[in-house]
Write a new protein. Structure first.
Length: 215
């Protein structure tokens, strides 16, 4: 089965090189599509420094948001399995890729979701009760295509929509702890931390509204 990694990025110059290096080294991945969602920093130049037959770069001149960027990337691949990954990860390793792909390739699950390692209490709560809005997951392309046209699939809604589809269609999701993996908190992505905090607050409100609409 052909497996493609989709890596949407927006201003990830501090972490994108490490994440992309891991993806390119992964033998489990046949193709890596990086979608530069109109970044304004040095992200695109960093990506262009990589040379690999597995690598496809899509440079969007207009920002489509995470959902839009991923949907656009999926239309540019003929693959069996999609592996989604964020570009702002720390300590991301090949073992985490294998961890998420193995249950699909064995035919045990149709979707896996990676929970970033933030401590025992947090992981236990999220795994049992929390909404799975992490960006690291794997699923068949045919399932994603069934969901992609959902009228609420925009901005940061992708994870919520995928989860909602699984719940409504009785598709079990395999939740897995990605040990050691951290994400850059949004306030620390910007020189102006107040701007980062405002964007995080805005995103949180949008996700709450989305959650209510889906219910």
């Amino acid at each position: 089965m052909k497996t493609t990694a989709i890596l949407p990025i927006f201003n990830e110059e501090k972490t994108i090189a490490n994440v992309l290096s891991i993806l390119l080294e992964a033998e489990q991945l046949d193709e890596i599509i990086v979608v530069n969602d109109a970044s304004t920093d040095n992200s695109l130049n960093i990506i262009k420094n990589f040379q690999s037959n597995k690598l496809k770069i899509i440079n969007l001149e207009k920002n489509l948001g995470k959902s839009g960027a991923i949907k656009f990337a999926v239309t540019n691949t003929t693959t069996d399995i999609l592996f989604f990954c964020d570009g702002d990860l720390h300590n991301f390793k090949n073992q985490h890729i294998n961890q998420l792909l193995k249950p699909l390739k064995n035919g045990d699950y149709l979707m896996t979701v990676g929970i970033r390692d933030r401590g025992i209490i947090h992981n236990t709560f999220v795994k049992k009760f929390g909404p799975l809005i992490t960006g690291e997951r794997a699923l068949p392309k045919k399932i994603f295509e069934e969901i992609a046209e959902h009228h609420l699939m925009k901005d940061y809604a992708l994870e919520f929509i995928l989860n909602d589809y699984c719940v409504k269609n009785n598709i079990p999701i395999k939740k897995m702890i990605l040990k050691g993996v951290k994400q850059t908190n949004k306030p620390y992505k910007y020189n102006n931390k107040l701007k980062g905090m405002f964007l995080l607050f805005k995103q949180t409100i949008a996700l709450v509204v989305l959650y209510v609409k889906l219910k």
